[in-house]
Design a protein around this ligand. Structure first.
Ligand SMILES: Cc1cc2nc3c(=O)[nH]c(=O)nc-3n(C[C@H](O)[C@H](O)[C@H](O)COP(=O)(O)OP(=O)(O)OC[C@H]3O[C@@H](n4cnc5c(N)ncnc54)[C@H](O)[C@@H]3O)c2cc1C
Length: 386
């Protein structure tokens, strides 16, 4: 017989945003009955989430610290005419760690895994098995809503963790190796050394097309790994197609994820327009939500909408740069935009990835000889609605 479960807060979607929210609630409001609901049996899926140290404010680090699996003090970038080591911390979280930390923090009945959700409103969740959850407030973190409401390019990739037969010799990450042949837009390889004999290699493309030609990418990945002598057993693989936003109708996107329900993560449109990454925003949103005292559905909706809308509006600059990257630069010349960007000051680069560029940063990024044809850039920007 169908049951009705009553609780204080229901978080729908136990991915990155939902998992962080659940942990933040346990820490700040241990007396609340918070349920975390997901169709999958595990928390966080099959992911590796990386971030720069400057992406997370010092005051918010308590939330990510237990999750960090790997950390480095510096990282490299390499382009055809410029290579550099940047003294900035970089971290990675494995989804298996998120799963373990959330399970350890939550009471057993708070985890409702393997439970598909059919619908969520501000105060109720309908499960596919007929059960219903009634909550003071519901937060929907079920991943992307209707991306068709946005004007997008794509960051797509296939990544593989390899246990190398011999030590691979890398000590810190290569966040972009764009010395590789440029294919399907801007291409670079991303390398994370996890241990002396464990390396994660990801082949990435900034492309107009969202289709992921997995076989072709895997072949290029194999070649890159073999050229570096990194042969051995594959431990894990992941792939992704992330939105790179040039513009769009934020309110239509928000409504497409449910009109009245509070949202977090990609569902709330909270991702960096240029990278498609959502971890920095997911941390800020979780901290913002648990700083509240009122978890009533409507109030939560209004607070998360106001936060996501303000964030979207502040980020027009990044959407403009994305438009230049996709519409003004020839695909095989796109690397020049990033090559030029990576000549700038490390702190500016850090603020860019955190989505917190200052006015001076923006002016600095735009000054000098543009790496795209000027006339075309102006035409593209005049035609764009961001
Ligand atoms: C392979 C990959 C690597 C990435 N790497 C990074 C990175 O390094 N750094 C970074 O900042 N970002 C990264 N991203 C981008 C982005 O941050 C992630 O996609 C992130 O997981 C998004 O978080 P989220 O919580 O919004 O959605 P998700 O993590 O996708 O979580 C959504 C959850 O909702 C559940 N769900 C969906 N529908 C239902 C339903 N009907 N009923 C019940 N449950 C449902 C899903 O099972 C899932 O667990 C990566 C993305 C991918 C795909």
């Amino acid at each position: 017989m169908a049951a009705t479960i009553r609780c204080d807060v229901a978080i729908v979607g136990a991915g990155l945003a939902g998992g962080l929210l659940a942990l933040a609630f346990r820490r700040r409001h241990p007396d609340l009955d918070v349920r975390l609901i997901d169709a999958a049996e595990t928390i966080g899926g099959n992911h590796l989430w990386s971030f720069f140290g400057s992406d997370v404010a010092t005051a918010d680090r308590w939330l990510v610290e237990p999750l960090v699996c790997h950390g480095w003090r510096r990282y490299d970038v390499a382009f055809p005419h410029h290579a550099r080591t940047i003294e900035q911390t970089y971290y990675s979280i494995e989804s298996a760690r998120l799963d373990a930390v959330v399970r350890a923090a939550m009471p057993a009945d708070a985890l409702m895994l393997g439970r598909k959700v059919l619908a969520a409103s501000a105060t109720a969740v309908v499960l596919a098995d007929g059960d219903r959850v009634e909550a003071t407030g519901v937060i929907d973190a079920r991943g992307v809503a209707d991306l068709g409401t946005l004007d997008l390019g794509w960051q797509k990739f296939v990544g593989r963790e390899i246990e190398t037969e011999a030590p691979h010799g890398r000590e810190h990450p290569v966040v972009m190796d764009a010395t590789v042949k440029q294919v399907d837009g801007y291409r670079f390889v991303y390398v994370l050394p996890f241990a002396a004999d464990r390396v994660f290699v990801e082949d990435t493309y900034y492309s107009e097309r969202s289709e992921l030609n997995r076989r072709a990418i895997e072949q290029r990945l194999d070649r890159y790994a073999a050229d570096h002598g990194w042969t051995g057993r594959t431990l894990r693989e992941e792939s992704g197609v992330l939105p790179v936003a040039m513009g769009g109708d934020f309110d239509a996107y928000w409504r497409s994820g449910g009109r009245s329900v509070a949202k977090a993560g990609m569902r709330a449109g909270l991702f960096h327009p240029t990278t498609g990454y959502s971890l920095p925003d997911a941390v800020r949103t979780a901290v913002m939500i648990v700083a509240r005292r009122d978890f009533a559905g409507q109030a939560l909706h209004d607070a998360t909408y106001a936060h996501a809308k303000a964030t979207w509006e502040e980020r027009g600059f990044y959407r403009m740069l994305d438009t230049m990257l996709f519409r003004a630069a020839e695909p095989e010349e796109r690397y020049r935009v990033l090559e030029r960007f990576y000549r700038l000051a490390p702190r500016l680069v850090g603020r860019f990835y955190a989505g917190q560029s200052t006015m001076a940063d923006k002016a600095r990024i735009l000054t000098g000889k543009p790496p795209v044809p000027f006339g075309r850039a102006v035409r593209v920007l005049l035609a764009a609605k961001r």
